[in-house]
Design a binder for this molecule. Structure first.
Ligand SMILES: [Zn+2]
Length: 247
Protein backbone atom coordinates (compact mmCIF):
# COMPACT_ATOMS: atom_id res chain seq x y z
CA UNK A 1 0.00 0.00 0.00
CA UNK A 2 1.08 3.53 -0.58
CA UNK A 3 0.00 6.58 1.44
CA UNK A 4 0.65 9.92 -0.26
CA UNK A 5 0.37 13.25 1.52
CA UNK A 6 -1.01 15.53 -1.20
CA UNK A 7 -1.50 18.43 1.20
CA UNK A 8 0.62 18.60 4.35
CA UNK A 9 -0.50 22.00 5.61
CA UNK A 10 -3.07 23.22 8.10
CA UNK A 11 -5.82 25.82 7.77
CA UNK A 12 -3.46 28.59 6.69
CA UNK A 13 -2.23 27.90 3.18
CA UNK A 14 1.44 28.70 2.57
CA UNK A 15 3.62 28.68 -0.53
CA UNK A 16 5.05 25.34 0.61
CA UNK A 17 2.04 23.52 2.03
CA UNK A 18 -1.49 22.92 0.74
CA UNK A 19 -4.34 21.97 3.08
CA UNK A 20 -5.32 18.44 4.09
CA UNK A 21 -5.52 15.83 1.38
CA UNK A 22 -4.26 12.25 1.49
CA UNK A 23 -4.31 9.40 -1.00
CA UNK A 24 -4.30 5.70 -0.16
CA UNK A 25 -3.51 3.25 -2.93
CA UNK A 26 -4.15 -0.34 -1.89
CA UNK A 27 -2.39 -3.48 -3.08
CA UNK A 28 -5.50 -4.52 -4.98
CA UNK A 29 -5.63 -1.28 -6.95
CA UNK A 30 -8.21 0.73 -5.02
CA UNK A 31 -7.69 4.47 -4.60
CA UNK A 32 -9.17 6.29 -1.62
CA UNK A 33 -8.94 10.00 -0.84
CA UNK A 34 -9.01 11.25 2.74
CA UNK A 35 -9.99 14.92 2.94
CA UNK A 36 -10.07 17.19 -0.09
CA UNK A 37 -8.52 20.52 0.81
CA UNK A 38 -7.88 23.27 -1.71
CA UNK A 39 -5.61 22.12 -4.54
CA UNK A 40 -6.44 18.41 -4.27
CA UNK A 41 -7.28 17.99 -7.95
CA UNK A 42 -4.04 19.57 -9.16
CA UNK A 43 -2.03 17.51 -6.68
CA UNK A 44 -3.61 14.30 -7.97
CA UNK A 45 -2.63 15.16 -11.53
CA UNK A 46 0.86 16.11 -10.35
CA UNK A 47 1.48 12.56 -9.10
CA UNK A 48 0.03 11.04 -12.23
CA UNK A 49 -3.40 10.14 -10.88
CA UNK A 50 -6.55 10.94 -12.77
CA UNK A 51 -8.93 12.49 -10.18
CA UNK A 52 -11.71 10.59 -11.88
CA UNK A 53 -10.21 7.28 -10.80
CA UNK A 54 -10.97 7.67 -7.08
CA UNK A 55 -12.94 4.80 -5.57
CA UNK A 56 -14.22 6.77 -2.58
CA UNK A 57 -13.73 10.01 -0.67
CA UNK A 58 -13.73 10.40 3.10
CA UNK A 59 -14.14 13.86 4.65
CA UNK A 60 -13.15 14.06 8.31
CA UNK A 61 -14.96 17.28 9.25
CA UNK A 62 -16.23 20.46 7.69
CA UNK A 63 -13.48 22.99 8.31
CA UNK A 64 -12.78 24.32 4.80
CA UNK A 65 -9.17 23.10 4.77
CA UNK A 66 -10.61 19.56 4.60
CA UNK A 67 -13.21 19.94 1.86
CA UNK A 68 -12.40 23.22 0.03
CA UNK A 69 -11.21 21.33 -3.06
CA UNK A 70 -14.38 19.25 -3.32
CA UNK A 71 -16.40 21.25 -5.89
CA UNK A 72 -13.50 21.38 -8.36
CA UNK A 73 -12.77 17.71 -7.81
CA UNK A 74 -16.36 16.96 -8.85
CA UNK A 75 -16.20 19.37 -11.79
CA UNK A 76 -12.98 17.70 -12.96
CA UNK A 77 -14.50 14.23 -12.67
CA UNK A 78 -17.37 15.52 -14.80
CA UNK A 79 -14.96 16.89 -17.42
CA UNK A 80 -13.03 13.59 -17.31
CA UNK A 81 -16.36 11.89 -18.07
CA UNK A 82 -16.48 9.73 -14.96
CA UNK A 83 -19.37 7.31 -15.15
CA UNK A 84 -19.12 5.17 -12.00
CA UNK A 85 -20.82 6.29 -8.76
CA UNK A 86 -18.62 8.14 -6.24
CA UNK A 87 -19.17 7.28 -2.58
CA UNK A 88 -18.50 10.35 -0.38
CA UNK A 89 -18.38 9.59 3.32
CA UNK A 90 -19.00 12.80 5.20
CA UNK A 91 -20.33 14.10 8.52
CA UNK A 92 -24.10 14.06 8.17
CA UNK A 93 -24.37 17.79 8.97
CA UNK A 94 -22.67 18.68 5.66
CA UNK A 95 -24.63 16.68 3.12
CA UNK A 96 -27.52 19.04 2.34
CA UNK A 97 -25.30 22.11 2.06
CA UNK A 98 -22.64 20.42 -0.05
CA UNK A 99 -25.30 19.11 -2.42
CA UNK A 100 -26.71 22.63 -2.65
CA UNK A 101 -23.24 24.01 -3.31
CA UNK A 102 -22.80 21.73 -6.31
CA UNK A 103 -26.18 22.87 -7.63
CA UNK A 104 -25.11 26.48 -7.15
CA UNK A 105 -22.11 25.68 -9.35
CA UNK A 106 -24.37 24.21 -12.05
CA UNK A 107 -23.06 20.72 -11.38
CA UNK A 108 -26.64 19.43 -11.55
CA UNK A 109 -27.21 15.73 -11.03
CA UNK A 110 -29.05 15.75 -14.37
CA UNK A 111 -25.80 16.84 -16.06
CA UNK A 112 -23.26 14.68 -14.24
CA UNK A 113 -22.74 11.30 -15.87
CA UNK A 114 -21.99 9.80 -12.46
CA UNK A 115 -23.87 9.62 -9.20
CA UNK A 116 -22.44 11.25 -6.08
CA UNK A 117 -23.43 9.03 -3.18
CA UNK A 118 -23.25 11.16 -0.05
CA UNK A 119 -23.03 8.71 2.84
CA UNK A 120 -23.27 10.02 6.41
CA UNK A 121 -20.59 8.79 8.79
CA UNK A 122 -22.85 6.94 11.19
CA UNK A 123 -21.78 3.35 11.73
CA UNK A 124 -18.77 1.13 11.17
CA UNK A 125 -17.38 -0.17 8.99
CA UNK A 126 -17.94 2.63 6.52
CA UNK A 127 -16.53 0.54 3.71
CA UNK A 128 -15.40 -3.03 3.33
CA UNK A 129 -14.02 -3.94 -0.07
CA UNK A 130 -11.52 -6.52 -1.30
CA UNK A 131 -9.89 -7.07 2.09
CA UNK A 132 -9.85 -3.37 3.00
CA UNK A 133 -11.96 -2.16 5.89
CA UNK A 134 -12.32 1.54 6.68
CA UNK A 135 -13.91 2.78 9.90
CA UNK A 136 -14.40 6.21 11.46
CA UNK A 137 -14.22 7.25 15.10
CA UNK A 138 -15.43 10.55 16.56
CA UNK A 139 -12.92 13.09 17.82
CA UNK A 140 -13.34 16.18 20.01
CA UNK A 141 -11.77 18.54 17.49
CA UNK A 142 -14.85 20.75 17.14
CA UNK A 143 -15.98 20.67 20.76
CA UNK A 144 -14.62 24.20 21.21
CA UNK A 145 -17.69 25.40 19.28
CA UNK A 146 -20.22 23.85 21.65
CA UNK A 147 -20.90 27.20 23.41
CA UNK A 148 -22.00 28.63 20.03
CA UNK A 149 -24.17 25.63 19.16
CA UNK A 150 -27.47 27.32 20.05
CA UNK A 151 -26.67 30.10 17.56
CA UNK A 152 -25.83 27.64 14.78
CA UNK A 153 -28.19 24.68 15.17
CA UNK A 154 -27.29 23.23 11.75
CA UNK A 155 -23.72 22.66 12.94
CA UNK A 156 -23.41 19.43 14.91
CA UNK A 157 -19.65 19.73 15.62
CA UNK A 158 -18.94 16.33 14.07
CA UNK A 159 -15.35 15.33 13.40
CA UNK A 160 -13.76 11.95 12.79
CA UNK A 161 -10.48 10.07 12.53
CA UNK A 162 -10.14 6.95 10.37
CA UNK A 163 -8.81 3.44 10.81
CA UNK A 164 -7.90 1.46 7.72
CA UNK A 165 -7.31 -2.27 7.99
CA UNK A 166 -5.79 -4.27 5.15
CA UNK A 167 -4.98 -7.82 6.17
CA UNK A 168 -2.40 -7.59 8.95
CA UNK A 169 -1.69 -3.93 8.32
CA UNK A 170 -3.39 -1.02 10.03
CA UNK A 171 -3.26 2.68 9.17
CA UNK A 172 -4.73 5.41 11.34
CA UNK A 173 -5.34 8.87 9.92
CA UNK A 174 -6.01 11.24 12.81
CA UNK A 175 -7.37 14.19 10.77
CA UNK A 176 -7.77 17.09 13.25
CA UNK A 177 -7.95 16.41 16.97
CA UNK A 178 -8.40 18.11 20.31
CA UNK A 179 -5.56 15.98 21.72
CA UNK A 180 -3.69 12.79 20.91
CA UNK A 181 -5.95 10.60 23.05
CA UNK A 182 -8.82 11.32 20.63
CA UNK A 183 -7.48 8.47 18.51
CA UNK A 184 -7.29 5.93 21.36
CA UNK A 185 -10.08 3.74 20.00
CA UNK A 186 -9.01 4.01 16.37
CA UNK A 187 -5.39 3.23 17.24
CA UNK A 188 -6.37 0.19 19.34
CA UNK A 189 -3.15 -1.82 19.81
CA UNK A 190 -1.17 0.10 17.21
CA UNK A 191 -0.24 -0.73 13.63
CA UNK A 192 1.99 0.06 10.68
CA UNK A 193 1.31 3.70 9.98
CA UNK A 194 -0.03 6.61 12.00
CA UNK A 195 -0.69 9.75 9.99
CA UNK A 196 -0.92 12.30 12.78
CA UNK A 197 -1.92 15.92 12.65
CA UNK A 198 0.74 18.23 14.05
CA UNK A 199 -1.21 21.35 14.86
CA UNK A 200 -3.41 20.51 17.84
CA UNK A 201 -1.05 17.90 19.26
CA UNK A 202 2.36 18.02 20.88
CA UNK A 203 5.36 15.73 20.67
CA UNK A 204 5.31 15.23 24.46
CA UNK A 205 1.75 13.89 24.31
CA UNK A 206 2.65 11.27 21.74
CA UNK A 207 5.37 9.44 23.71
CA UNK A 208 3.15 7.98 26.47
CA UNK A 209 0.45 7.24 23.89
CA UNK A 210 2.82 5.21 21.73
CA UNK A 211 3.72 2.92 24.64
CA UNK A 212 0.25 1.41 24.48
CA UNK A 213 -0.45 2.06 20.79
CA UNK A 214 2.86 1.47 18.97
CA UNK A 215 3.15 2.26 15.26
CA UNK A 216 6.04 1.32 12.97
CA UNK A 217 5.88 4.64 11.12
CA UNK A 218 4.54 8.00 12.22
CA UNK A 219 3.98 10.68 9.62
CA UNK A 220 3.21 14.18 10.85
CA UNK A 221 0.94 16.29 8.70
CA UNK A 222 -1.44 19.29 9.01
CA UNK A 223 1.62 21.31 9.91
CA UNK A 224 1.11 25.01 10.70
CA UNK A 225 3.52 27.67 9.36
CA UNK A 226 4.97 28.27 12.84
CA UNK A 227 5.62 24.59 13.64
CA UNK A 228 7.91 24.26 16.65
CA UNK A 229 6.46 21.08 18.14
CA UNK A 230 7.71 18.55 15.62
CA UNK A 231 10.97 17.61 13.97
CA UNK A 232 12.17 14.55 12.10
CA UNK A 233 13.19 11.64 14.33
CA UNK A 234 13.95 7.94 13.75
CA UNK A 235 10.37 6.80 13.27
CA UNK A 236 8.69 10.20 13.04
CA UNK A 237 8.65 11.87 9.65
CA UNK A 238 7.59 15.45 9.02
CA UNK A 239 5.67 15.19 5.77
CA UNK A 240 5.60 17.60 2.85
CA UNK A 241 3.31 17.96 -0.14
CA UNK A 242 3.95 14.94 -2.34
CA UNK A 243 5.56 12.82 0.41
CA UNK A 244 4.67 9.13 0.21
CA UNK A 245 5.37 6.02 2.20
CA UNK A 246 4.96 2.38 1.24
CA UNK A 247 3.91 -0.10 3.87
ZN1 LIG B 1 -7.66 21.27 9.52
Amino acid sequence: MRWTVLGSGAGKITAERSPASHLLETDNGKIYLFDAGDGTTKKLYSIGKNPSSLDALFISHLHPDHWGGFPLLIQTMHLEKRSSPLPVFIPEEGITTLRRMLEMGYLFKEILEFEIRFLPILKNPLLSDGGITISAYPTRHLKKYFPLGHLHPANLMESFCFRIEAGEKTIVYSADLAAVDDITEAADTGGELLVMEGMHTKREELEPFLKFHPFSHIVITHIPPNNKSWKDEDNIIISYDGFYIEI
